[in-house]
Design a protein around this ligand. Sequence first.
Ligand SMILES: N[C@@H](CCC(=O)N[C@@H](CS)C(=O)NCC(=O)O)C(=O)O
Length: 219
Amino acid sequence: MYILHGVYDWGSLVVHLALEELGVNYEFKSVDYEKGALASPAYRALNPVGLVPVLETPQGPIFETAAILLYLAETHHALAPEVGTSNRTAFLSWFAFVTNGLHPTVMALFHPERPLGEANQAAVSEASFTRMSSQLDQLEAHMPVAPSILTLYVAMLLRWAICGSAYRRHTLDISAYPKLALMLRDLEARPAVARVLEREGLGPRGLSQPEYAGAGLTG
Ligand SMILES: N[C@@H](CCC(=O)N[C@@H](CS)C(=O)NCC(=O)O)C(=O)O
């Protein structure tokens, strides 16, 4: 039994998707971040850095999205090429590219005031959008698109980037990336993905044609 501590449409979304895809026994526990739950001693005992997500496992809590996803794929022998198989190297390379590269870029696009303050947010937003476009060019050209923790992760980030139009100057036109757009539609057709999109209130086209609900994307 796993316990996922998360907030709908925050970074816990990809772990939620992976757990549902794996068909394992889990519970989703909403983190009451508005009441300071991320700073509580109980939460910090699970995740010392006080961020979402954290997953309670039979071996103890695990935090950092990439670590959680690799743990799940390795434990359940699914959603990633197995160690020793020929496509493992490409998978790991692109997984690191996304978790170390695209994720911070998308976060900077959403919170352009964070790195250098309000006065510089237009420049940060501009630079982040340019960086994201070049990272997506790479993914469009090279990323393996078989359903995996990698495609689920990219799908979450693309959802956020497309949603950006509702409240940010820069928004992603996914039609410029036909392979990635098809990947999103293919994921939405998967029953496990559809269940999580419904549960988190993101709608059946919550990956390929998302609408900003006004509740998420604040973390
Ligand atoms: N590198 C971390 C980033 C986690 C992160 O930034 N989480 C956000 C939500 S998407 C959060 O908890 N924000 C709350 C805050 O900054 O106080 C990971 O991948 O798990």
